[in-house]
Ligand binder design. Structure first.
Ligand SMILES: Nc1ncnc2c1ncn2[C@@H]1O[C@H](COP(=O)(O)OP(=O)(O)OP(=O)(O)O)[C@@H](O)[C@H]1O
Length: 757
């Protein structure tokens, strides 16, 4: 139907096609979006369209469509009356039906253009028809009737919120544009892969599959070839964006700014780019809030968006560079090659009170007032342990966590040892060393004869009475013990050799392995060679042997046992390598010790603190060996302080034979092999000490036949040899000291907690 209207003397022809124009350009069926919203979207579309046209020096089908539509708007404005002329861009200013500049969604929107409000204008339909014909020739048939809301030429460029939020990983670009081939316009590329604010960046010239109508009409020359891609490496302009390898949504965010990147500064160096790709002008990170540029196998060519971690990293960097906060301002700019500032909390001088408490009475700090007084790890541990153990006497003590990698005793450098030697040690120390059957040869023991400087300082300021006591009564300076001096115990010997001695003697072979056993519990009947074993270990290591008797601490030295323990470990650190042997350890670690502030409790606390320090220190060359004949009395929570718990059983027949022959060889005796074997058989159940007592009693048998007045004048050669009868007499006096019940207890305890079967 064609109608004509005469307005202001102009007669306009109006056809049904004209009446459909508003519906085609404004989706009036939409109930989800206000007209004002669509206008704003359309404004953005126009802005981008013109930017792209300007940037590419090209007029695409999209731009041509927009130009045509703009012409149509102008003509439609002429068709409408001057009093109620609705301008496309001022819907927000329309007074009726709008609330706060926006149309209420509940109100049905009435288009301003209708057949009655349009003035007939004969020339306009012709222009429109001609224009549409041009577009129709360029668009697929399905798109001919598309409205603005669905037209590929326009709608694909509308920055709808849901459209711009489409993720790279969804790969749904074609579905977002019905009827529009995905490669026709890089909507997904621009709207989702790149942030909209990135439009200021020169966009890649994406070729249109459809020739511009202006091109078709010959009004414009063909556009120049597209510029080389600047943003997507390898993109050649013909790549189908739907198949473009977008970074996966699960792709890990770039956590750090690439090397050479300086926010807001110069672009990254060209060496950072793939070959043949020019460096883009970097955008400030804040303008690309969610931009993740790095693709699969692609080297980033532009500064990436700051992820949480990288952003916080830069924040921290800025924080330190600004010198804010409590941290030392020089720390943030710190170069590892620089001298560390002692003002930094990481390298701050230790608290005086802690140090003094740790170093005992009378410690003079004046000697280490220089900035070089870096608190060594060992002292830090010691301070922590002081606090830890000083408050735990009322609760269960927990075993320490043993250090693993650098737990070797041989890791101490020669520079870390001091020169301290006790006045008493000066007299006997060298003798002790000379008596060693196997002077230390291992690579880790070259520097084992000195003491740590800081420990040396502590020692100098410790009560000399305690030092002398330790030196005279704790340090054992007996003859060295060889493995052959210990009868039997082959299994225990093998374990100790392999797991205690080898890691010390050849620390290089055990570096990085599991925690090395530096605390051993030897348990078993009395007189079976536990102390002998401890001395043998010290001799094999060439270590100073400290023997602390638990029973002596709680009886003889009860009042100052705590100080003696402390001083013993202190001297042991000065005389490294050291073996501290504590017999009757059950006296200190018994679960019966319940009084919090009793002397025994304080001794136990001190001992555990020192033991923990040894176990957690990678520098100390100290082995702590504890022995007990009552392992069941050790507090359960303290049992695991001992990394190795080895049963020292009664000597077997072979061991007894060896002990007997060994002892008789020092005397004149007359026993055949059968009699010796009989002795071995009759000493079943004897401890090594019992056997020794038996032999001793038999050896003095010949003296019983001598007159008492001549004993001092009789030469050994004048005495008769020891016979089997002397042993018969000795058996009358010497009985096995261990009951079968006790033996069963050790066997059971060994099954439960022992490390050797
Ligand atoms: N296996 C052994 N080989 C040689 N001699 C041994 C052996 N066991 C014990 N003896 C003798 O017994 C003596 C005491 O040994 P040792 O002091 O080592 O026993 P112990 O287990 O430490 O005793 P305690 O539990 O009472 O401290 C040694 O001096 C040695 O003469």
């Amino acid at each position: 139907m064609i109608s004509s209207t005469s307005v202001y003397g102009l007669k306009m022809q109006w056809t049904p096609e004209h009446a459909q124009w508003p519906e085609q350009h404004f989706d009036i069926t939409s109930t989800t979006r206000s007209p004002a919203h669509k206008v704003e979207a359309y404004r953005g579309h126009l802005q981008r369209t013109y930017q792209y046209a300007w940037a590419n020096d090209d007029i695409s089908a999209l731009t041509a469509s927009n130009l045509l539509k703009k012409y149509a708007e102008k003509y439609s404005g002429i068709l409408e009356g001057p009093a109620e002329r609705p301008i496309l861009s001022n819907y927000s200013e329309a007074p009726s039906g709008l609330v706060n500049g926006r149309k209420n969604e509940s109100e049905p929107w009435q288009p301003s253009l209708n057949s009655e409000s349009v003035y007939p204008m004969n020339c306009v339909p012709d222009v429109i028809t001609a224009s549409k014909a041009g577009v129709s020739a360029a668009l697929p048939p399905a798109d001919v009737s598309a409205s603005i809301g669905s037209s590929p030429g326009v709608a694909s460029n509308l920055a709808e919120p849901s459209y711009s939020s489409s993720t790279c990983g969804s790969h749904t670009v074609p579905s977002l544009h019905s009827g529009l081939p995905s490669q026709e316009y890089a909507a997904g590329y621009n709207g989702s892969y790149l942030h909209t604010s990135y439009s200021g960046q020169p966009a890649p010239a994406l070729p249109s599959p459809h020739p511009s109508p202006l091109h078709s009409s010959g009004l414009l020359q063909p556009p120049p070839p597209p510029p080389p891609p600047a943003l997507v490496p390898g993109y050649n302009g013909t790549t189908n964006l739907s198949s473009y390898s977008y970074p996966s949504a699960s792709y890990p965010p770039q956590t750090a700014v690439g090397p050479g990147y300086s926010p807001g500064g110069a672009p990254p160096p060209s060496a950072y780019l793939p070959s043949g790709i020019p460096a883009p002008t970097p955008l400030p990170p804040t303008t690309v809030p969610s931009y993740s540029y790095q693709g699969h196998g692609l080297t980033p060519i532009a500064p990436s968006a700051l992820t949480n971690s990288s952003a916080s990293s830069l924040k921290r960097k800025a924080f330190y560079m600004a010198g804010q906060g409590e941290m030392d301002s020089s720390y943030g700019n710190y170069s590892y090659g620089q001298q560390r500032s002692t003002q930094s909390p990481m390298y701050r001088m230790p608290d005086n009170s802690i140090s003094n408490a740790n170093r005992g009475n009378g410690f003079d700090r004046s000697a280490e007032t220089s900035s070089l007084a870096f608190k060594p790890t060992k002292q830090l541990m010691s301070s922590e342990q002081q606090r830890k153990f000083s408050s735990q006497s009322s609760r269960a003590l927990t075993p320490p966590s043993y250090s693993t990698a650098k737990n070797s005793l041989g890791s101490r450098s020669s520079d870390s040892f001091g020169k301290y030697t006790s006045p008493v040690m000066n007299e006997h120390g060298d003798e002790h060393r000379q008596l060693l059957p196997h002077p230390m040869q291992g690579p880790g023991l070259r520097a084992a004869t000195s003491s740590n400087h800081s420990v040396d300082e502590q020692l100098k300021n410790t009560d000399t009475h305690l030092i002398d006591l330790v030196t005279n009564e704790i340090i054992n300076q007996g003859p060295p013990v060889d493995w052959s001096d210990i009868a039997g115990l082959d299994l225990v010997k093998a374990v100790i050799k392999e797991e205690v001695l080898w890691p010390v003697l050849r620390s290089d072979a055990f570096n990085g392995l599991t925690a090395l056993p530096r605390s051993i519990l030897l348990f078993g009947p009395r007189g079976t060679g536990k102390t002998l074993m401890g001395r043998c270990i010290a001799s094999q290591l060439g270590a100073t042997f400290f023997k602390i008797t638990g029973s002596g601490l709680v009886t003889k030295w009860l009042g100052e046992g705590e100080k003696i323990v402390h001083a013993s470990f202190l001297v042991a650190r000065c005389r490294q390598p050291s073996v501290i042997f504590v017999s009757d350890i059950d006296m200190l670690l018994s679960s019966q010790v319940s009084e919090e502030h009793s002397p025994v409790s304080r001794m136990r606390t001190e001992f555990l603190m020192q033991l923990d320090t040894v176990l957690t220190s990678a520098e100390d060359q100290i082995v702590v060996i504890c022995a007990t004949s009552k392992p069941e009395e050790i507090d359960e929570s303290l049992r695991r302080y001992f990394m190795k718990r080895l049963l020292i059983p009664l000597p077997d027949s072979t061991a007894r034979h060896q002990i007997i022959v060994q002892l008789l060889s020092q005397h004149n005796y007359c026993l055949n092999d059968k009699e010796v074997a009989l002795l071995v058989q009759r000493t079943e159940g004897f401890s090594g000490l019992d056997v020794a007592h038996l032999c001793q009693e038999a050896v003095v048998g010949p003296l019983h036949a001598m007159p008492a007045t001549d004993l001092s004048a009789i030469m050994p050669s004048q005495l008769r040899p020891v016979t089997y009868q002397d042993f018969e007499n000795a058996f009358c006096k010497i009985q096995p000291s261990i009951s079968q019940k006790e033996l069963d207890t050790y066997v059971e305890w060994n099954k439960m907690f022992g490390c050797s079967q």
